[in-house]
Design a protein around this ligand. Structure first.
Ligand code: FAD
Length: 488
């Protein structure tokens, strides 16, 4: 069942507890901090539910229709369809909503391609996961996830003398009905708008802390759950023309706080298994399906950045200068690179796990690394092209509402190539990419959303065919003639 935007907005008014500082938000769809973001999410749901776009965004299975990102692919064509749907979704938000509904759903879909690994840990857990996969896709749920301990990845090996008093989310009690969890998780992007949240761990948990390994799903209005939001950027954006991205595309980040939250066993997928709490994501396509979406989203984002760079150069009157064209050419090459990396994952798809199709893992991880390595450089390149012009624009487009200021603004702020209002919108957009709080948050997001660089590169290290590389080297070395040895 594909849910409409209206229905999605109703679901956000489910009594969930959200704090902005000490302020309790009653209705995220009405509060100025979240209202436009909620509408953006609703817009995505309307887009998917549009009968005219059915083939682009959904698939049919056993008589039911589901959003395409829930598809457990079985062929290259399936992967291609799924990728196209996710690209169309990412294009709507220009890649600025990282945890859009197609992100964490990829993780659950990937887990559902190898439920046996959970079943082997404890009978019933694999079945729980499959049931949840069915429940989530049938109800077109928007899932967020919190998989980073409050203390980050601070293992006992790194800090042998630490007094571990972190309030990491853990199981504090269990009975026949389920588990009770208390504590916090570092971050839950988009949870303010999502329906449910998956808790788990993307880094291994040591045995001493195995109660933190709990991997489960819960609704965001469950008693005892609260979301502590960081500063919402939309609050600073009175007019869309002043902060075009902050205004509409702040996906929000919150700390997840659980105070004796009860989770029924049916929603528990793993418990007390420290090492496996991470491995389940890489011994199934979960991590790959989820981050394939991240690569696609970055592709959309880079498309916008390159376009803004070019428009800014036109507005600045620098676009014909050969040295500037070289920079623009370099940016265009970046955009083509990420597009190639996404499509390459599908061309070199893997028949894994048995009977299923997965984007090529090595290329997916390489793309993840490429994006993490290049984002700062990409943004800095745009900043360099910009010059000081964002600072020249008035604080607010409300000058247009003032009869005395309007005329001066319109005549003195325009240039030969661009009208004043268009110039204002363009440079404010550029500022939201390189300099605003929203932009700063994205600098952090692109560095960390998939884990720090050690974690991201470890994925490529793990997947690399080292034996093949070694054989190549050894083969070459073996051919080298050594005087006095080889001629005998
Ligand atoms: C905007 C944003 C949104 C996020 N959204 C989510 C979300 O929705 N769900 C979720 O679960 N998490 C989310 N995260 C959290 C993310 O998973 C973590 O930030 C990430 O795993 C990195 O962990 P950390 O922040 O503890 O940093 P750390 O791992 O502590 O890294 C900080 C720095 O220390 C360095 N470092 C760490 N360990 C070592 C070492 N052993 N040797 C050398 N250097 C080291 C790192 O390279 C890095 O430079 C989000 C983060 C951000 C910034």
């Amino acid at each position: 069942m594909l849910v409409s935007g209206q229905k999605k907005l109703e679901r956000m008014r489910d009594g969930r507890t959200v704090y902005i500082g000490a302020e309790r938000v009653d209705d995220v769809t009405a509060h100025p901090a979240f209202r436009e973001g909620a509408r953006t999410v609703a817009g995505l749901y309307d887009l998917k539910a549009d009968p005219a776009k059915q083939d682009l965004f959904s698939f049919e299975e056993d008589g039911d229709r589901y959003s395409l990102y829930w598809l457990r692919c079985r062929s290259r064509d399936d992967l291609l369809r799924r990728m196209r749907a996710m690209k169309a979704i990412a294009d709507v938000t220009y890649g600025f909503v990282g945890r859009s509904p197609d992100q964490v759903s990829g993780l659950v879909t990937g887990l559902a391609m190898n439920p046996g690994q959970l079943e082997r840990l404890r009978p019933g857990f694999g079945r729980n996961l499959l049931n949840y996969y069915d429940y989530a896709r049938k109800n077109d749920l928007y899932l967020s996830f919190a998989v980073t301990p409050a203390s980050g990845r601070k293992s006992a090996d790194l800090f042998p003398n630490q007094q571990r008093e972190d309030p990491n989310l853990r199981v504090v009690a269990e009975d026949d009905a389920g588990v009770t969890v208390s504590g916090m998780k570092m971050m839950a992007t988009s949870a303010v708008y999502a329906d449910e949240i998956l808790i788990g761990n993307l880094t291994p948990i040591e045995d001493a802390y195995k109660s933190e390994a709990i991997t489960a799903a819960l609704p965001l209005n469950a008693p005892g759950v609260s979301l502590w939001s960081r500063q919402p950027y939309a609050l600073a954006a009175r007019h869309e023309a002043d902060y075009p991205l902050s205004f509409r595309f702040d996906e929000t980040d919150s700390v997840l706080v659980c105070d004796r939250v009860k989770i029924p066993w049916e929603r528990v997928f793993l418990h007390n298994e420290g090492a496996m709490s991470r491995r389940i994501y890489i011994e199934s396509p979960a991590n790959c399906y989820q981050n394939h979406q991240s690569n696609i989203r970055f592709w959309s984002k880079l498309g916008l950045i390159v376009g803004v760079a070019s428009r800014v150069c036109q507005a600045n009157g620098t676009d014909k200068i050969p040295a500037v064209r070289e920079v623009l050419g370099r940016m265009a090459a970046w955009e083509a690179t990420i597009g190639g990396l996404v499509q390459g994952q599908i061309e070199a798809w893997e028949n894994w796990p048995d009977g299923y199709a997965t984007p090529n893992r090595r290329i997916m991880y390489a793309a993840l690394n490429w994006c993490q390595e290049h984002h700062t450089e990409i943004i800095d390149t745009l900043r360099t092209l910009l010059g000081a012009y964002p600072m020249v624009m008035p604080a607010s487009i409300d000058v247009m509402q003032d009869d005395a200021l309007r005329g001066r603004f319109e005549s003195w702020w325009k240039t030969a190539s661009i009208e004043a209002v268009d110039r204002h919108k363009l440079y404010k957009l550029a500022w939201d990419l390189v300099g605003s709080e929203f932009a700063g948050r994205h600098m952090l997001y692109e560095k960390f959303y998939a884990g720090n660089s050690l974690i991201v590169r470890n994925q490529s290290d793990r997947e690399a065919p080292w034996q093949h590389f070694h054989d190549t080297v050894d083969g070459l070395l073996a051919r080298i003639a050594i005087p006095g040895l080889s001629e005998k």
